[in-house]
Write a new protein. Structure first.
Length: 300
């Protein structure tokens, strides 16, 4: 088991599919090497961008086994738990740990939006199904359940919860969580176009989306902020923003996968119920990318 240092850039990897809708292992192997070569610090699989909800339980475990056995150059492997029942979440946590996951990113229950007591009970119960460390994932915009700073203060009693992916799109949450919990958690930005703001407020890392197509720029932005080179970071961020905006909205998976395809590092294939972008939407993405590439900065 690889020890997890909850710092830096953790790509939310896309799941690659073949033309006949099977898992594309060769494409995922190539993409893993692309990310590792760019210097990312950890790897997240089976997340929202990984189209978790469209995968069968067997496919999820196959993906964990594949990445666990791949050459990751010491990067920790984090598998997302996104299940609709406590039993299924516990079963997956135990099985995925056996399959080689180093840790987990845990969402509240899918579909059912419970109250705070129910949500905290679910999270604590799932954590007891594994000895691996967990990152709590808060995404109320997409999934309806909001883990508040007060919830995180209560959950801090559980030592298995080591990090938080904060995707509420409210950067005020970062200092509020710090105020209530100190340095108890490593805090990660979960929204691409709030990355610089989150780093300025003390975020320790970034669960990133557009990193799948632009890993070097993503890693460099994080490095510049760590070095206190804020003017350079702002310049890079301002160039990156039109692309980072593609990480939000109901079609963010299709948008990011299309960018991967246009950059030659993936394909635009998604699994139903998602459909490929229509011509108008795809043309807009192409224009955004073309403009960004025309001004792409050279990295040292």
């Amino acid at each position: 088991m690889t020890e997890i240092s909850w710092r830096g850039v953790f790509p939310a990897l896309t799941t690659k599919f073949t033309a006949d809708d099977r898992l594309d292992w060769e494409a995922m192997e190539r993409h893993l090497a692309f990310q590792i070569d760019a210097g990312v610090h950890g790897l997240i699989i089976l997340g929202s961008l990984g189209e978790n909800a469209t995968l069968s339980p067997q496919e999820k475990l196959e993906i964990v086994r594949f990445f666990a056995g791949a050459d990751r150059s010491g990067r920790p492997l984090i598998a997302c738990i996104a299940e609709s029942s406590t039993r299924r979440a516990c079963d997956f946590a135990a099985a995925a740990a056996d399959a080689g996951a180093d840790g987990f990113m845990l969402l509240p229950p899918m579909r059912y939006v419970g109250d705070g007591r129910e949500t905290r009970t679910f999270l604590n119960t799932v954590s007891n199904a594994t000895d691996r460390p967990l990152m709590l994932y808060n995404n109320p915009i997409a999934y309806g359940t909001d883990l508040t700073p007060e919830d995180f203060a209560r959950l801090a009693e559980n030592p298995r919860f080591e990090a938080i992916k904060e995707s509420s799109a409210d950067t005020r949450r970062i200092p509020e969580i710090r105020r209530l919990t100190g340095d108890r958690y490593a805090l990660f930005c979960g929204v691409d176009d709030l990355a610089l703001e989150s780093f300025a407020l003390g975020a320790d890392g970034w669960v990133a989306g557009l990193v799948v197509a632009f890993p070097a720029e993503t890693v460099r932005l994080w490095e510049l902020t760590r070095a206190g080179r804020w003017d350079e970071a702002r310049t890079l961020y301002e160039w990156f923003l039109p692309l980072l905006h593609l990480d939000i909205g109901p079609h963010f998976v299709q948008q990011i996968k299309l960018v991967e395809a246009l950059m030659g590092v993936g394909s635009a294939r998604v699994r139903g119920p998602r459909l490929p972008l229509n011509d108008e939407a795809a043309s807009r993405i192409e224009s955004v990318l073309e403009a960004a590439l025309a001004e792409r900065p050279e990295l040292d």
